[in-house]
Design a binder for this molecule. Sequence first.
Ligand code: KG4
Ligand code: ZN
Length: 367
Amino acid sequence: MKILSIETSCDETAVSIVEAEGGIESPSFKILGNALFSQVNRHREYGGVYPMLAKREHIKNLPPLLASVLKQAGMDKTKRPDIDIIGVTSGPGLEPALWVGISFAENLAKLWDIPVVPINHMEGHICSVLINETNEFSISNFQFSNRIQFPALALLISGGHTELVSMKDWGKYEVIGQTCDDAVGEAFDKVARMLGLPYPGGPEISKLAEYARENNLPRVAKLPRPMIHSDNFNFSFSGLKTAVLYYIRDKFNKDHTKMSFEEKADLAREFEDAVVDVLLHKTERVILETNTKTLIVAGGVIANKKIRQTFTELVEKYPDLILKIPTNSLATDNSLMIAAATYFNVILNPKILDEQTKIIANGNLRL
Ligand code: KG4
Ligand code: ZN
């Protein structure tokens, strides 16, 4: 099955053409074309994603990205391409941005007479772990094959979400824990802003924290681990962010420019450690209380080195537990994960191909 996938939920415009086979049991995907344009440089001056700018950028970027993937796949853009289905992210995300991808997908579907299906971005993040990139630059050589043992547990950590999802099977998801306020990536970005670091703040905080660890800087800053011992699987990161704000207010008179590089690095390390402690503790509790066979950790924040390392170490303690983490480029938003999710949606419910109804963007779409 050849799939054209489109992702425009936030500030990454992405289009892929993927050939999928093997069904649910042993899915295998071959990447025929893949193109992504990150708008981060455009949004940096706003200190975060500016939805109307994201919308305009997606409108501008989609046609050349489509032309690029068709070319990579050796398909003639003047003819109906050899594509069986189009998958497009319909939520969650920024609605003005989502609508651009949906309209684009529906226009192509009409033009080429190909069915189009809506895809949940979070299911896309889960599916990102099925993609095994061997060589990012040699697209035609991409081949990957994978299988998830159920029951599985997915920890989804991104700019908009922090969720623990119990998975009985593909398509059978139950959110058993989530953030009560800020998402973990959002907290990274807000703390970075408090330290005068550019958007997106996650990688910046991570670099500072690594410096503090490598140079064994004295541990001065102390932050709370919100909700770590609460008797549920929910999270809260806004209190942690406020604790950082108070630390800068009380110690540096609200002015991050009064902080030395080392003081910022110490605070970044403590913040990262606090996030890691909470994520690890809650996830391990679910593992202990259930018979989880596979742990999936996905979403942009798993690009974080310390978090990747922590979960790798956790799984070493449980010999029967398999860990699935996407590569860094598949951790942050992309359209390959949307192609993989499209495949599962079609395999599980082939009727969706006949039930072509107008797709609606839903910024708050749930799993
Ligand atoms: O999944 P994603 O690309 O977009 C959403 O669906 O939200 O996640 C983006 C988030 C941003 O908050 C970004 O700061 C964070 O992932 N992020 C990181 C790192 N790389 C990206 N957070 C911590 N450490 C990183 N290395
Ligand atoms: Zn995402």
